[in-house]
Ligand binder design. Structure first.
Ligand code: LIP
Length: 276
């Protein structure tokens, strides 16, 4: 039997201590290398933050598994796996733009059961427990999250993101140019976890992005669902189960239930399912 309160406490502690470390210990000059393309950076702080999560789990929950964006793959036998993005929105972190976050989820049987996203420079900590709801703390005030209820897709504010691979972003540009005349406007925060929190809080009405990995959405998808939103893939599948064996997703959509089907149909019409 999984103790959800215990997992939530651990998840919040991990996100809060790691995000504080990322703010306080950021060196004046950040060392970085590249990953999938010349513009896809990973900084020394991504690796240090992931090592910090791993160290805390080694000490406090040694029987759990862990999967991290920067390569950690630790098997466990407790039935709980932690999926971790130590810095989601690394480019923002590199440029000192505030929209970056530490995103952590505990997964049981392929489904996130607790999740926490801490974005210290947005003064935002968001968390959810499956079946119990989603909350955020902003400027010290805690409140429960509910998605928006736009009248229709034409009035909807939609967030999205763009991958680092040239062919992918070229196609994403074509899709977004077809979408623009059919919605209120587009937003691009630069961090999938932040976009998902914004959907959950009703700050945007929907979000879609191609090529996400489990660490990009494991916490955020749970938060959206617990705020009354819908999450799935463009091809109509559930995002669950997710975990170490789950590869890159085609395109993830998260939104208020009011616009979920129309947004998905429009994206299909615009060829978003052909994003390389
Ligand atoms: C980021 C994603 C974001 C995407 C960025 C980037 P990272 O993740 O969260 O949605 O649009 O291009 O991939 O690499 O900063 O953890």
């Amino acid at each position: 039997m999984t103790d959800l309160d215990e997992l939530l406490n651990m998840c919040r502690r991990l996100a809060s201590e790691v995000s504080q470390f990322l703010v306080e210990k950021r060196p004046e000059t950040l060392r970085s290398t590249t990953k999938s393309s010349a513009t896809d950076v990973v900084t020394e702080m991504d690796s240090a933050a992931e090592a910090m999560v791993r160290g805390m789990l080694d000490r406090d929950r040694p029987d759990d598994g862990m999967m991290g964006e920067e390569g950690t793959g630790r098997a466990g036998d407790s039935g709980v796996t932690w999926i971790v993005d130590p810095i989601d929105g690394t480019t923002n972190y590199l440029y000192r733009l505030p929209a970056w976050a530490v995103s952590i989820a505990a997964v049981v049987d392929g489904r996130s059961v607790v999740g926490c996203i801490a974005a210290p420079e947005l003064q935002m900590v968001v968390f959810a427990v499956r079946g119990r709801g989603a909350w955020w703390i902003r400027s010290g005030i805690e409140s429960q999250l509910r998605v928006s209820h736009p009248t229709d897709l034409g009035q909807a504010l939609i967030a999205t993101g763009f991958g680092y691979l040239l062919e992918r972003r070229r196609h994403q540009g074509v899709v977004v140019s077809g979408l623009m005349p059919q919605i209120r406007d587009i937003r691009r925060s630069g961090a999938a976890s932040v976009d998902l929190c914004w959907v959950a809080a009703g700050l945007v009405d929907g979000y879609y992005e191609a090529g996400l990995h489990p660490w990009d959405f494991a916490a955020g998808a749970l938060i959206v669902e617990e705020a009354g939103g819908m999450v799935g893939t463009l091809s109509g599948e559930s995002v669950w189960p997710t975990g170490p064996e789950d590869g890159e997703r085609k395109t993830l959509i998260a939104s208020s239930p009011v616009i979920y089907d129309p947004l998905r149909s429009l994206l299909l019409t615009l060829g978003a399912d052909r994003t390389p």
